[in-house]
Design a protein around this ligand. Structure first.
Ligand code: TYD
Length: 224
């Protein structure tokens, strides 16, 4: 836990019922595959699992997603940061917290670490302010576990080139942007080792899944 800049609440991991796991990393690192594998594994063990994402996850969030990812033309960096934070505020209040309070496992594709990495390091806004904004938006709650899939952006880009779809606004940024994003994620993970699990996303998916399961199992055991 750490104090944040003026006005933002103190950050702390979720302490209530349920289990909240977020997945982070650059574009094209294979998050969706790992979220799906973990979802199946937990469901096989009788847990109720919900899968969600940012931006998106709610009807309002899907509209914000459309703007931040697909608007044609420039969006001012601070406006972009506010749009992600608005999506997050609504998502946490309307979807994530209610699911956790029902005792469910929430597997979430991206959370506030993405804003610190992409809008902070990528767009070069003040990282503490970007984090503070999201903490204000969410009341300061953090996931129980954040899985960071780490991969060289050049390797990730080569993987995405094989996909048959156009790049969105963020994916289309230059390589230097994605290198800064990767470094920011690694810095965040180093600063909060108790919350983060960093995995090498160049490993085969099944090996990655194995490591993630081991940590999730430990987290479940620790929380009783
Ligand atoms: P993602 O859903 O992972 O992309 P896709 O479904 O196309 O693989 O993330 C969408 C993009 O939004 C991604 O490039 C990262 C970016 N992003 C931010 O810049 N800030 C944020 O706070 C979040 C949540 C995502």
């Amino acid at each position: 836990m750490s104090d944040t800049s003026a006005g933002a609440p103190r950050a702390g991991r979720w302490a209530g019922d349920g289990l909240w796991v977020s997945f982070e990393g650059g574009d094209g690192v294979g998050k969706s595959t790992q979220v799906a594998l973990l979802q199946q594994w937990l469901a096989d063990r009788g847990r109720t699992v919900v899968r969600t994402r940012e931006p998106g996850g709610t009807a309002v969030g899907e509209r914000i997603r459309e703007i931040v990812l697909h608007h044609r033309g420039h969006i001012a960096p601070r406006a972009e940061a506010l749009l992600y934070a608005a999506d997050r505020a609504h998502h946490v209040a309307e979807f994530v917290v209610p699911a956790l309070e029902r005792g469910e496992v929430v597997l979430q594709d991206r959370y506030l670490d993405s804003s610190v990495a992409y809008q902070g390091a990528g767009r070069v806004l003040d990282a503490e302010q970007v984090r503070g904004l999201s903490l204000w938006a969410t009341g300061g709650i953090l996931p129980n576990l954040t899985v960071l899939l780490d991969l060289d952006p050049a390797v990730a880009r080569a993987r995405m080139d094989g996909d048959d779809r156009p790049f969105d606004r963020l994916e289309a940024e230059r390589e230097e942007f994605h290198v800064r994003v990767r470094e920011a994620f690694l810095g965040l993970a180093a600063a909060e080792p108790e919350r983060f699990l960093v995995v090498d996303a160049s490993l085969p998916p099944e090996q990655l899944a194995e490591r993630i399961r081991a940590r999730v199992e430990a987290e479940i055991a620790a929380r009783g």
